[in-house]
Design a protein around this ligand. Structure first.
Ligand code: NDP
Length: 374
């Protein structure tokens, strides 16, 4: 494992120190003692690329609370934003880039991680350029425009010897983890039915998300990954086929894409998940049934809402960080420090894209499509 720009830090010495105090690989991995050790390390510098809504409203505030990484740089095409962010977050002009100067980030030792928060059609290109610049990368969802793009990104990470995370905040969210634990717990019988859906009434003319070339397929691309991966996590397996439908409620708005996508995922044991992704209507549902029991998460996928897990007998809320993104980014920093596998990996992002590719094909052909994981 690599020394991370810190003359006082070496992986082996740190691992040895942790081993000596007996906490590596134990349930105490997140104990205060361990956190104290990690605190002594340099925080990893993150540069956000694309200062839009998500970067402004979620990632930058979340980065004020991270333990193992910090906001050190920005990449923006809007000079006014550069000035505002430099002031607000004490970012040096030396760590400020635009899309023309982006590749110079290679020579910036303050930046360890580049976080791509650009419109979907730019994810693959900027992730690969960031990896080629020798940086670790977090890329927002959907990982790319299709599974082939994801494959290129994974190959680029391997070639560069750098880590790649998809911005899947819910992979680290306590309620989602509890739903997974509950669903995967053996019981008499098997899971036969799930429902996962997410939608907002948000389609407006001019929005890049509804431009086929920039967004790649409206709500399916934007919200589909959440509902697909929720089904995969609860089922504990990947779906084998899908039958999908697309609906347009406003032909003036939706050109070459659908407003509402619905689909049914089928698993090898015949479990079924019925799903919706919509830019025309609000819906937010994560429901799993196990025999006579069920678990439902409400709200299911929203960022930083107060969630509760409801079963037949109880409703419970679990302790969690103010920002889901704080947990996600700190987990990635720990993967880099410890040279451990990334949970929300590029491979996970690619599986969701393989399912999305199959959904598109099913709508196009009107037939059930076997999902290609090659
Ligand atoms: P915005 O449209 O608000 O921001 C995108 C930013 O990208 C712009 O502000 C701009 O920043 C930059 N940009 C560069 N080129 C273009 C271009 N040609 N057209 C438009 N913008 C451009 O989008 P969001 O912040 O909502 O989404 C960004 C990404 O984050 C998406 O991939 C989305 O799926 C993902 N996302 C993830 C969420 C999650 O919960 N994980 C939630 C919301 C979004 P600048 O002016 O600085 O150059």
């Amino acid at each position: 494992m690599k020394n991370i720009d810190n003359p006082f830090y070496t992986a082996t010495s740190r691992r040895q120190a942790l081993k000596n105090i007996g906490i590596i690989g134990s349930a105490a991995a997140l104990s205060p003692l361990n956190l104290a050790c990690l605190k002594e390390e340099k925080k990893l510098g993150i540069a956000l690329v694309g200062l839009g809504n998500y970067a402004t409203l979620m990632l930058a505030p979340a980065l004020q609370k991270t333990q193992f990484c910090e906001l050190k740089g920005i990449v923006t095409g809007t000079p006014e934003k550069a000035i505002k962010w430099q002031k607000e977050y004490n970012i040096s002009p030396a760590h400020t880039y635009n899309y023309e100067t982006f590749d110079k980030i290679k020579n910036d030792p303050a930046i360890d991680i580049i976080y791509i928060v650009l419109p979907n059609f730019m994810h693959e290109e900027y992730t690969i350029r960031a990896l080629e610049a020798g940086k670790h990368v977090i890329c927002e969802k959907p990982m790319a425009m299709n599974a082939a793009g994801c494959k290129n990104m994974i190959a680029a990470a391997k070639k560069a010897g750098k880590k790649l995370q998809v911005g899947y905040r819910l992979f680290y969210e306590p309620h989602h983890l509890e739903m997974k634990r509950w669903a995967n717990e053996p019981f008499e019988g098997r899971i036969k039915l799930m429902e996962t859906s997410l939608g907002f009434d948000m389609a407006r003319p001019g929005l890049w998300r509804i431009d086929k070339k920039m967004g790649g397929g409206g709500a399916l691309m934007d919200l589909g990954p959440y509902v697909i991966q929720a089904a995969r996590r609860a089922a504990g397996q990947n779906p084998v086929s899908v039958l999908a439908q697309g609906f347009i409620d406003d032909p003036e708005i939706y050109k070459g894409i659908y407003g509402t996508y619905t689909w049914q995922l089928k698993f090898a044991d015949n479990a079924l998940c019925n799903s919706t992704a919509s830019f025309s209507s609000y819906t937010d549902r994560y429901y799993v049934s196990k025999g006579y029991d069920y678990m439902e998460l409400k709200p299911a996928f929203a960022a930083n809402a107060k969630m509760s897990l409801q079963s037949r007998d109880e409703s419970k809320s679990l302790p969690c960080n103010e920002y889901q993104q704080t947990t996600q980014m700190d987990a990635f920093a720990r993967n880099i420090f410890d040279n451990t596998a990334v949970i929300a990996s590029g491979e996970e992002g690619m599986i969701d894209m393989q399912v999305i590719d199959a959904i598109k094909k099913s709508i196009e052909t009107g037939a059930e499509v076997k999902i290609d994981y090659a």
